[in-house]
Design a protein around this ligand. Sequence first.
Ligand code: ADP
Ligand code: MG
Length: 625
Amino acid sequence: MAKISIDIISGDLTPEKVYFGIDLGTTNSLIAYVKDGKPHCIADFGKEVIVPSIIHFDKSGAIQVGDEAKTFLLTDPQNTIFSVKRLLGKSYKDIQNDLSHFSYKIIDNGENELVKIQIGERFYSPIELSALILKELKKRAEHRLKVPVQDVVITVPAYFNDSQRQATKDAGKLAGLNVLRIISEPTAAAIAYGLGLNNQHEKQNIVVYDLGGGTFDITVLTLEEGVFDILATNGDTYLGGDDMDIAIVKFWLQQHQIPENYLNQNKPFAQQIRLLAEKAKKHLTNHPNFEDSIHFNHQNIKLTLELSTFNNLIQSIVERTLNCCKAALKDSGLSYKDIDKVILVGGSTRVPLVKQKIEEFFGIKPLDNIDPDQIVALGAALQADAFLGKSEVYLADITPLSLGIETVGGLMDVIIPRNTKIPTRAGRLYTTSIDGQVNLKIAVYQGERELVKENRKLGEFILKGIPAMPAGLPKIDIQFFIDSDGILKVTAKELRSGVEQTIEIQPSFGLTDEEVEKRLLDSIQHAQEDIETRLLLEVKEEAKQILYTTDKFLRNYSQFLTSEEISGTQKLIHHLSEVVNTEQKDVIQKAIEALNNFSKPFAQRVMDAAIHQALTGKNIQEDFR
Ligand code: ADP
Ligand code: MG
């Protein structure tokens, strides 16, 4: 593993204010800062810059984080927490298919409740556990630099949704940090390469290929005028360097005719061979073969691995990442020829075969001169430094999915479209559909489909105390505000009365990473069908409104109408109410037009008469204006 060289850290005592960047990873976490314009990862004295994202709870109640904790992974699995990032902002339902991945106890208390982890007698939330990792990073940096670590930028995967970003932010708060901003990992990687400086005006298409310990993420982004737009994300939440280690272990077991279940019987052996496999994998980055030994059945057995054998073992893993690349490119609407830069992120991109296959796939040499373990933290540090006004990085993040509210008929009314740069604010005026309506339910959804039931509900609230008015008269201003961390606030205000209500959306359960992908794909696949449904629902809604108002019109103003006008209108009302429940959009539309055309000439006359009467003492029905 890369040790940070001492000269980087020389002159540690920094009197000036420093902001920090943190890569809170699934496997490993790092903290970095900018010194003399250059970002550096921070290693505590005698330690590595990389801190394994692992927490061990000792019987005595002591908590270890990092390498010390890693040594307990197989020997004390119930009390050793890894991959906590996978649980952030998730409910038990979200992760029930992945349970076999976790060796510690995850509590099932209600499908939509956020998960908790049981250790001994205590229960921890993923937020608390992430906070322990952040605290460790803070402690190490403070010890090393002798300055307080307070203001930080933390990175998250590009596909993290509101609740996962909020959970990350809360973990920061809990660790005593002031989270300046949450940014996406691929964006941080691009920043580390100096992309996104204000002086760059040419449009660039960038691919970030991130193969970590347990996850693979591919992101296609464009950079224009210093603003990053994420065009597509794809990946596999259970694919990474760990799978390479497992492939090596299986190979060795087979070679020495050791049954696989021996690993379950002898945990220390399992731990040891796993670590040797990782050592072999890393060794093969710059050597043609590897050799070591392990104690088995009272004797030492030799473990060897040649690079060519290793390449065969991991062939299918690499192929799987390339399939994700294909899918991401397709979603982004770009061809591999349009890609200007490919950036390598994650420890596993050091593997020579991985590099070679990426180069073959994109037809350009990927950028690999920044350490792939450190790059995300380095980019985050640059972004943090920009908050001090020192560097020129300008950054805009985007919303991964559209946000909107449910309107009559169960339709999704998008207020902030997907891929909008944040922070952002947008709003629209709405009204009521029923006379005398005093409460209005505002349900907030996320997704690309035309019907809310196909999208994901983020939350709802009721605007209460609207003064009773005829339908259509209240003016309800609904405002969406997304802050720079991607957290949504929704406000509803009835403008005539000033009644107001606000919610901050902290959805109680998250989307799985695949689900965001799936939602985007679904919306593309169902686009045609969705539009048809939407048009039909809109026509039906219009028909219902017209039936309602015309019926009321007849009841209130019959004294101004001739009997032919009344019977003609009734006939057309009857026809419209018959066809409104069919699925025939055009027939409904025609019936609406017929009714409108018939009533138009006398409607105006009646209104004039009614207003005349109102001016001479009677009240006018305001909703007919
Ligand atoms: P994450 O982003 O999931 O926290 P990292 O980016 O830190 O993960 O990557 C960790 C993975 O990188 C581990 O599987 C580790 O074994 C692997 N790795 C680190 N160095 C090398 C190397 N030289 N060759 C191959 N794999 C490596
Ligand atoms: Mg990572």
